[in-house]
Ligand binder design. Structure first.
Ligand code: FE2
Length: 434
């Protein structure tokens, strides 16, 4: 008998696995980078960052700390803001030829995700880039051996990649994103310094904040792990194993943090308490979804970034077309939770409460609407696009969006409610504006 948990079924899993790195959190903790890298056995370090951060105080602090610890460090910064297979190929060359014994990544999700995948392809080149991706897109080949020790240092409060075994990559010739997931990709340590968030533009804090919120909400409302098939071989237990008692803890706290601090953190760069809390919430949400998987919010976001038209976002120095990841997720989120609530009304009701929704007189039958309304309120108070219309989509785009999203098979299956192509079309159609 496993942990007592909701929604068990006869063939369902009775065991779950939690994988998280050693985490250090605190203002100024980047100065520990040298000691921590040295403790992981590194002597010659590949430092991954991006061109925007290359000359920042944060990268300087890390390099200085590595130097003080007597470590040799070489910087790689040829990473695009949406990590893609081309960035990974360049990073893989860097790893393959650099004679490194460790990796330190300093940046947002794109940097950390590129560092993870660059180790895979640099150490174990594959004939086809998709070999290590799960079917039906990839060949599902095993990564042949361990990667280098990895110390991940996030500089935004959203992705949670420092705490996950996942790398989200844009595959350029398919012009959409897919997730490379493998326990070997989990960083050994994370060094989370909220000082990095102090200078982020408001729209970056908003986008990454909604990313962390959707990670947490999708975990909390995901299909229970007891509804996924039992596996006899522990090596075959999926990373996307569904909601579980651990992810509930971390997701709940992350949702509470967004409910209390999101508006303050976005609208006031000097509100250190709020921005520090959002950074902690992002890591908690990463610890949750890395062991649970997301569901429809992220699945539908990949349709948006696949098919986006001429569109830009303030606060991002990226040329059109570009919709930041967190915004691509949240524009459909209210419509999604209105749809999924009937399959797990209590979970949606609890999540709405954690997010500080107005639940006066409401019961669990109203949970989808209450949660959707609170998300919409936060979207409006932080100035993010108010639905798909404001990121350039209209009703005529719905069939193509749904067709693109249908490829995200595993995430769709992690939804608490069985979801087909027509359901996805209906969700997109009702996510045009709120
Ligand atoms: Fe995300």
């Amino acid at each position: 008998m496993g942990c007592q948990y909701f929604d068990p079924c006869d063939h369902g899993a009775d065991t779950f696995t939690i994988a998280i790195p050693k985490v250090t959190f605190g203002r100024g903790c980047l100065r520990e980078a040298g000691a921590r890298a040295s403790g992981l056995g590194m002597t010659r370090v590949a430092v991954f960052t991006d061109p925007f951060l290359r000359d920042s105080a944060y990268v300087a602090a890390v390099l200085d700390s590595l130097k003080q610890a007597g470590l040799d460090a070489v910087v790689f910064d040829e990473i695009t803001i949406e990590a893609d297979d081309a960035s990974v190929a360049r990073g893989a060359d860097f790893i393959a030829t650099g004679n490194f014994d460790g990796v330190v990544s300093v940046g947002g999700g794109s940097v950390m995700d590129t560092a993870k995948a660059a180790m895979v392809y640099g150490l174990y080149p594959s004939g086809d880039f998709l070999d290590y991706f799960a079917p039906p897109l990839g060949a599902g080949k095993a990564i042949p051996g361990r990667l280098l020790p990895h110390l991940a240092c996030p500089t935004t409060s959203g992705t949670g990649s420092e705490c996950t075994s996942l790398s989200v990559l844009r595959i350029n010739n398919l012009s959409t994103k897919f997730v490379l997931g493998n326990p070997l990709l989990l960083p050994q340590e994370a060094l989370i310094d909220p000082v990095c968030c102090a200078t982020l533009p408001a729209m970056v804090v908003a986008s990454t904040g909604f990313d962390l919120l959707c990670h947490a909400l999708e975990c909390y409302t995901a299909r229970a792990y007891t509804r996924w098939d039992k596996v006899d071989d522990p090596g075959k237990r999926p990373l996307i194993q569904g909601a579980n008692p651990w992810s509930d803890l971390a997701a709940r706290k992350a949702i509470e943090i967004v409910g209390e601090f999101m508006e303050r953190g976005v609208n006031n760069a000097d509100d250190h308490q709020a921005r520090d809390q959002l950074m902690w919430g992002a890591s908690l949400a990463g610890m949750a979804f890395g062991n649970t998987g997301t569901h429809l919010g992220h699945a539908l976001s990949y349709g948006v970034t696949h098919l986006m038209h001429d569109v830009t976002t303030e606060g991002y120095a990226v040329k059109s077309p570009f919709v930041p990841h967190g915004i691509s997720v949240v524009v459909s989120a209210p419509a999604i939770f209105r749809y999924t609530a009937e399959a797990a009304p209590e979970r949606h009701f609890e999540a709405a409460g954690y997010l500080q929704a107005d639940l006066q007189g409401a019961g669990s039958a109203d949970s989808g609407e209450a949660l959707a309304k609170r998300i919409i309120e936060l979207m409006q108070k932080t100035g993010v696009p108010n639905g798909l219309n404001e990121v350039g989509f209209g009703p005529a785009d719905v069939p193509a969006l749904a067709a693109s999203t249908a490829r995200q098979v595993r995430a769709i299956a992690n939804s608490p409610r069985e979801t087909n192509r027509v359901d996805i079309e209906n969700i997109y159609a009702s996510a045009m504006s709120y």
